[in-house]
Design a protein around this ligand. Sequence first.
Ligand code: F6R
Length: 365
Amino acid sequence: EKGGYQHFMIKEIYEQPKALKETISPRVNNKNEIVLDDIKLTKEDLEKINKVVIVACGTAYHAGLVGRYAIEKFAKIPVETDVASEFRYRDPFVDDRTLFIAVSQSGETADTLAALREAKEKGARVLAVTNVVGSRISREADDVFYTWAGPEIAVASTKAYTTQLVAMYLIALDMGLKKGTITKGKYDAVLNELKTFPEKAEKLLQDKQLLQELADKQFNNQNVFYIGRGIDDHVGREGSLKLKEISYIHSEAIAAGELKHGTIALIEEGTLVVALATQDHLYDKMLSNIKEVKARGAYVVAVAKEGNTEIEKSADIAIYIPNTLDELTPVLSVIPLQILAYYIAVARGCDVDKPKNLAKSVTVE
Ligand code: F6R
């Protein structure tokens, strides 16, 4: 059932090209139009919406952070992203002009479901992004986007996350085109690029050796830090969650610009820092952040776009992702982080697919 893989997690990491393809292909027709069958939001509906609220837990929340970026960028609607267990208890401002997006792989997470009900009660239109047909969240939502990732067995979410990212991009692009906040040229460019992702993910998955060797050297760390700016910070959070949940190493992700406001105090000789530097407009800033942590003795693993090799002068190791549009990097940059977390957990002898204290679907609060 694991198809020759040692664990479901690594099998599912390797299923990402297929999961991406199955999530993207049925949604784009031969005229490059996005077809979202289970989403009935019309142009008129969209015109009424003045705010989007994305709510989720854990990994799905991290997809929601990228969703905020994509919707603000392409559809020019203000977006808030919140964790479900916070959202529902803060008497959030939601009304009938709010589009509420619940992101949930299982579609059964108790807090996400409760938040959805709260938003619905306040009059919001509810869209669910989920991987499970017929799940509670899908049934209670007005509109649904199914991530066709296929069943995800490992507790640590991988292919569900990358397909959730794709869902957010497709929803944002579609909204942008309908609202006229994105040009057709830009829309085509982003969509065409997205269509290359199954292939690019496949390419990325071919060289895991560097990551495996890195894991074999770095598995004994007490603390790991992930730093990045903008969407790189969102991906860093996901990388950090992956590592801590399966390897039990304490890890933390912070916005790189926040380092000197506290966290840099914890960097010492040999501390592992994973620095994401995929964004052109933030690249120089990231190089300075890398130098700051290096100066305190950190061992830096940088993730950058291929070709940006000057990063090798500051980082100890560079991991490259295939070249792509800066807006879309999370779908690719998370993959090496998943693989690194996996091999570190394996090197530590952890029960990767069933980490202690965790359940695949959290149906209690
Ligand atoms: C982490 C992980 C969890 C889930 C979270 C939400 O790898 O799997 O953080 O993402 O429990 O679950 P869903 O998406 O089913 O609502």
